[in-house]
Design a protein around this ligand. Sequence first.
Ligand SMILES: *[C@@H]1O[C@H](CO)[C@@H](O)[C@H](O)[C@H]1NC(C)=O
Ligand SMILES: *[C@@H]1O[C@H](CO)[C@@H](O)[C@H](O)[C@H]1NC(C)=O
Length: 188
Amino acid sequence: MTTTHFFSFFIITTLLTLTGATDFVRPIDRSLLGLNRKQKVSHFKFYWHDIVGGKTPTSVQVVPPPMNKINTTSAFGFVAMIDNPLTLAPELTSKLVGRAQGFYASACQTEVDLLMAMNFAFIDGKYNGSSITLLGRNPVFNKVREMPVIGGSGLFRFATGYAELRTHWFDLKTGDATVEYNVYVMHY
Ligand SMILES: *[C@@H]1O[C@H](CO)[C@@H](O)[C@H](O)[C@H]1NC(C)=O
Ligand SMILES: *[C@@H]1O[C@H](CO)[C@@H](O)[C@H](O)[C@H]1NC(C)=O
């Protein structure tokens, strides 16, 4: 390769990299993804049931806290998988609108402060089959907690927003809890 050839090759590859003109990625029109529509803001309200006790729990511990290594009342390190019902009213027998599937884990050594990662899989009406994804921090004994909505699928593509959590009911004996969720989501 002559020096001139080398420089042409170098300039062309640099230009291709800078303009992003590769097979891997290309810009597309917003309207192809429905992003030319006006963005909506929706408020969803429902109740999340963490059923730990009884014969048919929806929340099961999969990793116990490593108590031999730590000394904490917050069960730091424990992980529970959930497939919790989401209902319209506080009663578990009220209309099922979806399920909260994911896990929560104790992420704090000094208080009960959970890391939560969940998909809300809706089954109601036009939202059947669509989901939103939450990832956040839940200091469970605070009156109000807030967690980000980081995305979604189906009708919730490109979703962002947040959820406000308020404990509606908590049974100290079984560990069962019902939590009110108010979710504010921006979507198309
Ligand atoms: C845990 O810590 C407390 C004080 O912080 C201490 O009194 C107790 O003995 C410790 N327990 C264990 C198992 O290390
Ligand atoms: C939701 O969609 C699934 C699959 O398309 C269907 O089987 C089910 O009956 C629907 N549920 C409701 C409540 O519409």
